[in-house]
Design a binder for this molecule. Structure first.
Ligand code: GLA
Length: 382
């Protein structure tokens, strides 16, 4: 991807880029829809990456081009937000400016190349914002710590693009360590890498979504409404995920549907994720896998963020003997993950999923073995 981004930059702008950086996609092992509720998440970065090559341009102007559509976007980034993918880059520019890492009249040229699938629940947007924040800060001669890069990328998406996302995707894209999952406690932003030795398949259902067009923001609003009601019982409650797990009865009584089910998912998923992180640390993959199935069931039934295609993949994986499987990311389509013991089991499980999927939908899902990759890094521009 590095070479493609650099070649695209040269071809589009007739000059060499001054800086470049890349960031990975991710899958989430467990801890779904807990991040914006102040709970824990346990994602792994994967080996697909987005590379952003940058150079100086006309004052106040963002010019951006992506290998995917080849169209050149040109906007005065402080005054107008572009439509399409370039809005993420404009959001990053505005946040770098707010961070005093860029002058208000900065003009930049940006070329993007990526093999992270878009809308597949593998966080192509965080790969883009984190790589852009890293490359643009290098261009401006600023050294910004990975944790702050994650913050800039998060606010770009949350405040400027308008997806009410949590911090998971940007944090793992900025901080991941190869061969490790990353436990992120989203209320405190404390992170801990945990060695990940499992074999993982990502099954892309091909059902595409743009987060802004899913019920994602509705779920965020429901969780907020649940929090406000629960504060009557427990005024010091800052986040939904902090509701005591032992008080589930009180939670049930306090909340009408659908807020009750949403909150039950968040509280249950919080306990499951912390337990799963302990099991992973002790390499107890069989018990870890069972929690993945439980998490999927909770996402499907209580949070209602699954899709029939995802349920089918998880069911087929279970019948074929996989250790665990679940939808990953926001849901409503996108991808599922499947945890297996060995290469031999991987082949058998993948074949079973493919058969079941083909029977139901008359087409093949894309099944890829993934390894835990590294976080954002600078890329050489020569
Ligand atoms: C999307 C968001 C994340 C997180 C997940 C659901 O990927 O970007 O912040 O909320 O959905 O766990």
């Amino acid at each position: 991807m590095r070479q493609q981004a650099i070649a695209l930059f040269r071809a589009s702008f007739g000059m060499r880029p001054r800086a470049a950086a890349s960031a990975p996609g991710r899958v989430n092992l467990i801890g779904e829809h807990t991040d914006y509720n102040g709970g824990p998440v346990l994602p792994v970065a994967i080996e697909t990456r987005t590379t952003v090559a940058v150079g100086p341009g006309d004052p106040e102007i963002l010019e951006a081009v992506s290998e995917r559509d080849g169209q050149m976007v040109r906007v005065r980034w402080r005054d107008e937000l572009p439509t399409g993918w370039a809005v993420y880059v404009a959001g990053v520019l505005r946040e770098l400016w707010a961070h005093e890492a860029l002058p208000p009249d900065a003009g930049v040229r940006v070329a993007v190349a990526s093999d992270v699938p878009v809308g597949a629940g593998q966080s192509s947007s965080a790969a883009l914002t984190v790589a852009a924040a890293r490359a643009l800060s290098q261009l401006a001669g600023q050294r910004i710590a990975p944790r702050h890069i994650a913050g800039i990328a998060y606010r770009a998406e949350h405040d400027h693009v308008g997806v009410r996302c949590g911090v998971m995707d940007q944090t793992v894209a900025a901080l991941a360590k190869a061969g490790h999952a990353l436990l992120i406690e989203c209320a405190s932003l404390v992170t801990r890498p945990i060695p990940f030795r499992g074999r993982l398949l990502v099954v892309d259902t091909g059902i595409r979504h743009d987060l802004a067009a899913t019920p994602y923001n509705t779920r965020v609003a429901e969780c907020h409404a649940a929090l406000l009601r629960l504060k009557v019982d427990l005024p010091e409650l800052l986040f939904l995920a902090a509701w005591p797990a032992a008080w589930v009865g009180r939670l049930r009584r306090a909340l009408p549907q659908p807020l009750r089910n949403r909150a039950l998912h968040v509280v249950g998923e919080t306990t499951r994720t912390r337990f799963a992180a302990q099991l992973l640390r002790r390499s107890q993959l069989a018990r870890f896998g069972r929690l993945l199935y439980e998490s999927h069931e909770s996402c499907r039934r209580l949070y209602e963020c699954s899709a029939p295609e995802l349920d089918l993949v998880v069911g087929a994986a279970r019948r074929a003997g996989a250790l665990g499987a679940r939808m990953t990311g926001a849901g409503w389509g996108g991808s599922a993950i499947v945890l297996v013991r060995s290469l031999k089991e991987e082949e058998g499980v993948a074949a079973a999923i493919r058969r079941a999927f083909r029977r139901a939908y008359g087409r093949d899902p894309v099944i890829t073995p993934v390894r835990a990759g590294a976080g954002a890094r600078r890329e050489a521009v020569r």
